[in-house]
Design a binder for this molecule. Structure first.
Ligand SMILES: Cc1cc2nc3c(=O)[nH]c(=O)nc-3n(C[C@H](O)[C@H](O)[C@H](O)COP(=O)(O)OP(=O)(O)OC[C@H]3O[C@@H](n4cnc5c(N)ncnc54)[C@H](O)[C@@H]3O)c2cc1C
Length: 417
């Protein structure tokens, strides 16, 4: 474990900050760093936990995540991945390797998030941990935003970035609407060296038994991160899948370091990303790729954009101007960068829900399809580019057409909130 250095926490003389960021995950840490680098004078990063803190997450970094990291950032790598074993509900196992390596880079989220928070502090932000924001108040368009903390104190900001994760208070304040809510269950399992050796540099992806579900084993040395994800409404089925998955991998007898669940939420297209001087980023904004539920690259990218726009909002507030187009600019930038990726992810998920066997077959049997999957992991292509790829379109045309009256597999919006 990396220890939080003492000078990460600091008491401010004044409670008025240019930019206050709520939540020190990848979105918040990157927002605070980007705001500081964009010239916001005083930037405060508030985190309710003490760092390093645990986060339920596979810690898989695709190429887009790696590229969105601060320049010179030293990734605390736990494992580099050059092979993926695929199964379909435990059957039809096949491993694909890639000589170029680094399909995924695996991190321990506690270490990774602490390193990102340090990068924000190095850029000039002040980090305050054990600070849980309980309420937001924004009385006028030019005056400061007040954030009340659970300990009864408050801070004021010329601009706020809410990056407080998928159960976001700031997201509720802004009015973020989500159309897809999934439940992820995950354990960190301590394994002996012989078992760790079997998993070295290789992950497992299991296309699951429930529509849109999948499971994974992400090895991190003597600990394996093992999890499953499925639609939230399938709670009991998801728990059964999780128990069966761990059992059939022969991992149930090893000690479990942690065992937790977490909801992921994907925003509805067009859902708000700001309210006045308050912007939201990452999971707080429902920015997540709907098919794989990959969210770290979305958090890093939206966080950087939000920090930049918050710095501009603060600069305008300093000279008594309203926000101008800074909030609209943020929304437009996120829609431009991430909107098409989410749209493509939704389409991929809809296809995957109906045809998991097809996904398994093409990725394990058709070399060009495996290369596309590998390129997606490595960040050489994205869901939006994949779905437009003529080869991918050709493969998809081989699928049977859905009957016109066939109901949607996933009931959109049913679980949101
Ligand atoms: C089981 C599972 C596995 C996943 N695996 C992967 C993966 O392998 N790769 C990938 O790319 N994505 C993965 N994701 C998604 C990824 O974890 C998230 O998208 C990502 O963490 C979002 O980052 P964030 O900064 O927006 O939010 P978070 O990482 O959730 O950070 C939010 C922070 O805000 C703090 N906070 C919350 N409320 C308050 C408050 N009121 N006041 C102050 N602070 C507050 C929290 O303590 C937390 O530190 C996974 C998700 C799940 C559920």
């Amino acid at each position: 474990m990396i220890e939080a250095p003492k000078d990460l926490s600091e008491t401010a003389e004044s409670d008025l900050w240019d930019v206050v960021v709520v939540g020190a995950g990848p979105a918040g840490a990157n927002a605070a760093r980007s705001a500081a680098e964009a010239g916001a004078g005083r930037v405060l990063l508030l985190e309710k936990a003490e760092l390093p803190r645990y986060k339920t997450c596979g810690g898989g970094l695709i190429g887009y995540s790696r590229r969105a990291l601060p320049e010179g950032f030293d990734v605390p790598v736990r494992q580099r991945i050059d092979a993926i074993t695929f199964t379909h509900d435990g059957a039809k196992e096949r491993t694909r390797r890639d000589k170029a390596g680094d399909l995924l880079v695996l991190v321990n989220r506690a270490e990774f998030d602490l390193a990102l928070a340090k990068a924000a502090v190095d850029a000039g932000a002040v980090l305050r941990t054990g600070a849980s924001v309980s309420m937001v108040d924004q009385p006028s368009s030019t005056g400061p935003v007040t954030l009340n903390l659970a300990d009864g104190t408050s801070v004021r900001a010329r601009a706020v970035v809410g990056a407080d994760g998928s159960a976001s208070r700031i997201g509720r304040y802004v009015g973020v609407r989500c159309e897809q809510v999934d439940l992820g269950l995950e354990a960190e399992i301590q394994v002996p060296p012989a078992v760790a050796g079997e998993w070295a540099h290789r992950v497992l992806v299991d296309w699951g038994p429930l529509p849109g579900s999948y499971g994974w084993v992400f090895p991190k040395g003597d600990v394996l991160t093992v999890g499953v994800i499925s639609a939230r409404g399938e709670g009991e089925g998801t728990r059964k899948y999780y128990r069966d998955f761990i059992k059939r991998l022969g991992l149930e007898s090893f000690p479990t370091v942690s065992d937790s669940g977490h909801l992921t939420r994907c925003r509805e297209a067009g859902s708000p990303l700001s309210r006045g001087r308050v912007l939201v980023a990452g999971d707080a904004a429902g920015l997540l790729e709907p098919w794989t539920r990959e969210g770290i690259s979305f958090a890093l990218r939206s966080g950087a954009l939000a920090g930049h726009s918050a710095a501009e909002l603060a600069r305008r507030a300093r000279v008594g101007q309203d926000g101008g187009s800074a909030d609209a600019g943020y929304t437009a930038a996120v829609e431009h960068l991430l909107g098409p990726e989410m749209q493509a992810g939704r389409s991929m998920l809809a296809l995957f829900e109906r045809h998991p066997a097809f996904f398994h077959r093409v990725v394990t049997r058709i070399p060009v399809a495996w290369r596309m999957f590998a390129d997606f992991c490595r960040g050489r292509t994205s869901p939006a580019r994949l779905i437009r790829n003529p080869v991918a379109q050709g493969l998809l045309r081989t699928l049977p057409k859905p009957a016109a009256e066939e109901p949607a597999v996933r009931q959109v919006g049913a679980d949101a909130g």
